[in-house]
Design a protein around this ligand. Structure first.
Ligand code: SF4
Ligand code: SF4
Length: 390
């Protein structure tokens, strides 16, 4: 488990020099930036470029935070690359657009960081993954010696605090994110995908920084919090972030899962400035908290259901042997009566597309149907596999 010590610094404006000073003070509280970065390292800075939003919307990592960090890293003698996979397909033209809108282009013009222009996709493996063992990631991570994860303090109506731990999801290229979400039957399984991805990069992610100088509430309103958080452990950083908005971290499903998986402990050490004056008791977080109620989970499912590749059982071909029912881990198949007698029917609200039913049907009558929205993802997977073979 990464150290759960978190440094808190009060910072009340997006002034480059002020941010650089606060970051340096925060790093020093953790032993100094040179503890994590060595001369000659290639450092991937992973900001949150959500939806390619402009900085004044407070939904993306502020360019001045990234710029100040890049300068500190540069002074150590390391090379910085800014990389993320924001909105749309993961391709050069979309990345260019994101860099302009989020003002990362200006950060790179300052001369201390380059922008990632590599739109290749790679496969990373987590042998201990609970939900995924092979995961598609942006290839730029393979060129990096270390990653500094620079999240934005923002809240999503379905996913809760995005912060640092969910910012890691941006290492998944473009529409592969939708593919993963489509496979998540519950918010708990989504959070465990996040953990599976984190475990792939756990050794490389040496620092997590949360830009909470101005945060974004669940209703998209910017909210001044004057907070910068820094730590080795993304879950520890997010735990302190929840305290800043007067939420109990122990209610967080994501954090409880990280405890279960041995990645975090609520017993953390907070150093730096005093948290008490920063606590914002009327911050609009989520309407449901992270202890998701079925209504919001249904919404989450509906949003991504349209990407899901599904098993389809034709009622006229099914022999009613029930072997698929015995093999379905989600108990998503039940018998129904139809004009051709009893047949098996899939409940798509429960199905996680493991396709065990397809493999186990002795009569090979279960087909898979690819919804239109999934087809570009399917093409991307096939293309990237072809390219790897070549
Ligand atoms: S793909 Fe088949 S076996 Fe897997 S969850 Fe769905 S219905 Fe069940
Ligand atoms: S295993 Fe095949 S034949 Fe048997 S009930 Fe399921 S779909 Fe029908």
């Amino acid at each position: 488990m990464r150290d759960t010590k978190v440094a808190l610094k009060v910072c009340n404006e997006y002034d480059g020099d002020m941010i650089a000073g606060k970051l340096k003070e925060g790093f020093d509280l953790l032993g100094g930036l040179s503890n994590y970065i060595k001369p000659g390292h290639t450092v991937l800075i992973k900001p949150d470029l959500y939806n390619c939003s402009e900085p004044n919307q407070a939904k993306t990592t502020n360019p001045n935070v990234v710029s100040a960090l890049a300068e500190l890293v540069y002074k150590i003698g390391a090379t910085c690359i800014i990389a993320d996979s924001p909105k749309g397909d993961f391709k050069q033209s979309n990345l260019d657009n994101a860099y302009v809108k989020t003002q990362m282009l200006q950060v790179s013009n300052n001369g201390h960081a380059m922008l990632n222009i590599n739109d290749d996709i790679a496969i990373a493996t987590n042998p201990n993954g609970e939900h995924c063992r092979n995961v598609y990631v942006i290839d730029a991570v393979n060129d990096a010696d270390v990653i500094i994860n620079v999240g934005k303090f923002r809240c999503d109506k379905n996913l809760g605090l995005i912060g640092c731990s969910q910012n890691i999801f941006g290492l998944i290229p473009g529409k592969f994110k939708e593919l993963i979400k489509s496979r998540c039957h519950t918010l708990k399984s989504y959070y465990n995908y996040i953990h599976d991805i984190y475990e792939v990069f756990e050794d490389k992610i040496v620092l997590n920084i949360l830009d909470g100088i101005v945060a974004s509430e669940v209703n998209n309103d910017p909210r001044i919090l004057n907070t910068i958080l820094i730590g080795e452990n993304p879950y520890a950083v997010d735990s302190v972030a929840l305290k800043v908005i007067n939420q109990n971290p122990q209610d967080s499903l994501l954090l409880n899962e990280s405890v279960r998986r041995g990645k975090f402990s609520f017993d953390l050490e907070l150093v730096g400035d005093n948290i008490e004056p920063l606590i914002c008791s009327d911050f609009h977080y989520t309407s449901f908290g992270e202890n998701v109620k079925s209504a919001s989970m249904r919404k989450f499912r509906q949003e991504y259901n349209s990407y899901q590749k599904r098993p389809v059982i034709p009622s006229n071909l099914c022999k009613g042997c029930k072997i698929c029912i015995a093999n379905c881990p989600m108990k998503a198949i039940s018998m129904q009566s139809g004009q051709f007698g009893e047949y098996a029917k899939v409940d798509y609200d429960r199905c996680i597309t493991c396709l065990k039913c397809v493999d186990n049907c002795p009569y090979k009558v279960i087909k898979t149907k690819t919804p239109i929205k999934y087809r570009p993802i399917d093409r991307m997977i096939k293309k990237s596999l072809r390219e790897r073979k070549d």
